[in-house]
Design a protein around this ligand. Structure first.
Ligand code: ARG
Length: 732
């Protein structure tokens, strides 16, 4: 009782002194000027220069973005040893872990711990990048552009300037560069990167730890997930970034690596998170929010739900199907719950009303001055009109892209064969081009048929098409139905016709069977392609895209300009507010404190969970809540070693009020001394509209505690090969 009271009093004190709403994903090169004083007040002991510097090594040098081989960022990872060891979330390593898993070596279910360098497994699908420096290039990009410049001219001038700046930045270096747009085109920043393409898998706990609680607990507190996995970055023997796997490559020597603190966290402790948040729309109008609530989210949610349920039946029945589909299932399930929860919070909280209030004030301000009125007076009414027109068009486009073009796993691959079809129109004249096109297609087709299960694919494909014709009235459907499917596969009902068509796709098409594909590639012909039911289907869908696309693009145009003007106006209107740009996959920093919350009436959520909670949630009949026997024994015996806190229990996850979003996953959460205290991995259910509006009271970041991470590595699995590289700090 006493303890609880004390905690309560100290919370009151803390919130009284440091009543800072910890909103914002800040540009690291701006914090010295904008945020540092505030950070110090909250408990940051590092200097601004130790966090971000272009002259000396600093915190930012340990923060990497995880990207696909093609360079699109999906998560964050941090360097934790002088030999390039990288921590990230289990759900960030998930695709790598599943793709390396087989029924014999099932790293997904059983976990994996390398015991030497040669046990580290190459992951061809991942590359990582680090920020070398960030420059504000706004004045160069917008030079010569005025309010009178037309949108088309503006776009051209901006693109041209960006190209020159990017080329200049990498000239005579091994760097990569990208100019990123901020404030919808109000400002521009140059990011210079160093990229490493030899990344290897070092370790991960079994899914029963790394994904404990599964999709049921996903996006929710209280949480007990050990959401971490371990990789290593490699460089060339002469210390240059690796361009791909090479056995001669050596562990990367970083400019900075994070020490790990196991001294623990308490409510009110300073925290900061550095990483690569993907996308927010914090300056979206209420009309944009309503549009998401009523059109965008519901259409995605219903399509994903059907896809997931259909996949799951087969995944539960066959472990091979499960290993093959686990990654796309997990990411779709994650998106499904996010979009559903976002729409729910938009319906049930005051998020939209808060925006409406701001907009009413903005409109009054704009209208009270003639010049302002001319520039900003029509911004909100135009946005309202655009979004109202945009809603129904979005429904059509989501049903088209998700419902038709991603109905089956290989529908999109057909596109790669359209160029070949063009060449095959003159097979003699194009003989050389055809054979090189075939060579180029081989790796793609190879990948299409690894771990491919056509029976499951057929089920999903058929279900998605059926849903399309159920939800979209005949006169609004894509022409492929009336002009191709129902005509070629005649039957008594539309449903039967669809089924006949699907059977043809899965018994005849080269896109659903490797032997058929190989035979085609050995002897390609236009006739075979044109007669292929999957090819004909995609050609049909593309043939009738125009109307839907035009409606979409038309509405989008007006929205872009007015959203830029809205932010520009807001920044004039709220002169005293410090603005931060929306997330766009570039490096950001968010700071705040460890903090509990009250999710609803009469309920208080503590900021910390303990291992005991894992046992409370255990359900051997449910895959999501199975507990590994080795873990259970140790937890029941309280074998926590040095990782227990002063209560003698083992902390698992904790809450903070940092401002993060997707893409931040895997980011280090760091204390005031620059030590890793955990990994950020999730947001919370009560405020899933956080991409659109920040909430001081209801929005939290969910982190896995470094004490749990190290306990799993050190005590539970005795992975000393990993432990011995880490710089573990035991005092606060
Ligand atoms: N919600 C987490 C995020 O978006 C991903 C969690 C993945 N886990 C899962 N059960 N699907 O970063």
């Amino acid at each position: 009782m006493k303890k609880a009271l004390l905690l309560f009093v100290s919370t009151l004190l803390l919130s009284g002194v440091f009543a800072t709403p910890d909103e914002g994903m800040w540009l690291p090169n701006k914090i010295a000027q904008l945020n540092y004083a505030d950070m110090q007040k909250l408990g940051c002991k590092l200097t601004a220069e130790e966090i971000y510097s272009i002259n000396n090594s600093s915190l930012k040098d340990a923060i990497f973005q995880l990207q696909s081989a093609e360079g699109s960022g999906f998560c964050t990872g941090e360097i934790v040893s002088k030999q390039g060891l990288l921590f990230t979330n289990h759900h960030c390593g998930y695709e790598a872990i599943t793709s390396l898993s087989t029924t014999e070596h099932n790293y997904l279910d059983d976990g994996y711990w390398a015991k030497s360098l040669k046990d580290e497994i190459s992951v061809p699908g991942i590359r990582v990048t680090r920020v070398v420096r960030i420059d504000d290039v706004t004045s160069r990009v917008l030079e010569g552009i005025t309010d009178e410049t037309s949108e088309a001219d503006r776009e051209k001038a901006v693109a041209k300037a960006i190209k020159i700046i990017e080329e200049e930045a990498v000239k005579d270096t091994h760097y990569e560069a990208a100019v990123s747009e901020m404030y919808q085109g109000g400002e521009y920043y140059l990011f210079v990167y160093e990229a490493f393409s030899d990344v290897r898998f070092v370790g991960a706990p079994p899914s029963s730890i790394g994904k404990f609680g599964g999709d049921t607990d996903n996006w929710m507190w209280p949480r007990h997930t050990g959401d971490f996995s371990i990789f290593r970055v490699y460089m060339t023997p002469d210390g240059k970034p690796s361009t791909g796997y090479d056995e001669k490559n050596v562990p990367y020597v970083p400019l900075h690596s994070l020490p790990i603190s196991i001294a623990g966290v308490e409510e009110g402790d300073f925290t900061m998170i550095m990483g690569y948040p993907g996308q927010t729309e914090r300056y979206l109008s209420s009309y944009g929010m309503i549009y998401k609530r009523d059109f965008f989210n519901p259409s995605i949610v219903s399509l994903l739900e059907l896809q997931l349920n259909t996949m799951k039946e087969d995944m539960d029945a066959d472990i091979n199907v499960r290993l093959a589909l686990a990654d796309s299932y997990a990411s779709n399930a994650n998106g499904w719950k996010l979009f559903d929860g976002e729409a729910l919070t938009l319906r049930t909280t005051d998020a939209i009303q808060q925006k409406e209030k701001l907009e009413a004030d903005f409109q009054k301000w704009a209208d009270s001055d003639e010049t302002r009125k001319a520039k900003y007076g029509e911004v909100l009414p135009s946005l309202k009109a655009s979004y109202e027109a945009f809603g129904p068009a979005t429904y059509d486009i989501i049903y088209l892209s998700l419902g038709l073009l991603q109905a089956g796993q290989h529908v999109m691959n057909v596109q790669s064969f359209m160029g070949l079809a063009k060449l095959l129109e003159d097979s003699k004249g194009n003989a050389d081009a055809i054979s090189s096109a075939i060579e180029n297609l081989k790796p793609e087709t190879e990948e299409m048929f690894t771990k491919y299960f056509p029976a499951t694919d057929k089920k999903v494909f058929t279900a998605m098409l059926k849903m399309y014709i159920k939800d979209i009235p005949a006169e609004k459907r894509n022409g492929v139905f009336a002009d191709y499917i129902f005509k070629t596969y005649k039957a008594k009902t539309e449903t039967e016709s669809l089924e006949k068509f699907a059977t043809a796709v899965f018994t005849k098409s080269i896109f659903t069977d490797k032997a058929r594909m190989d035979a085609f590639l050995a002897k390609p012909s236009l006739k075979a392609l044109k007669a292929d039911p999957m090819y004909a289907y995609v050609e049909g869908v593309f043939g009738d895209l125009f109307t839907v696309q035009m409606a979409y693009v038309g509405a989008m145009n007006g929205i872009d300009v007015n959203e830029r003007l809205f932010i520009e106006g807001l920044r004039e209107f709220q002169k005293d507010r410090t603005f931060y740009p929306d997330a766009n996959s570039t490096l950001r920093l968010t700071y705040g404190t460890v903090k509990s919350y009250d999710p609803r009436d009469a309920v208080h959520y503590k900021y910390l969970t303990y291992a005991e909670g894992i046992i409370q949630k255990e359900d051997p009949t449910n895959e999501e809540f199975k507990v590994a026997p080795e873990l259970k024994t140790k937890v029941l015996n309280k074998e926590f070693g040095r990782y227990a806190d002063k209560t003698g229990n083992l902390p698992v996850c904790f809450l903070s009020d940092n401002d993060i979003t997707g893409g931040n996953s895997g980011s280090p959460i760091i204390n005031g001394k620059g030590e890793l205290i955990g990994l950020a991995f999730d947001g919370n259910w009560e405020w899933l509209c956080s991409n659109l509006l920040f909430s001081v009271d209801l929005q939290r970041t969910i982190n896995v505690d470094s004490r749990y991470v190290l306990w799993v590595i050190d005590e539970l699995y005795d992975a000393q090969y990993i432990m011995k590289e880490l710089d573990v700090r035991t005092t606060k």
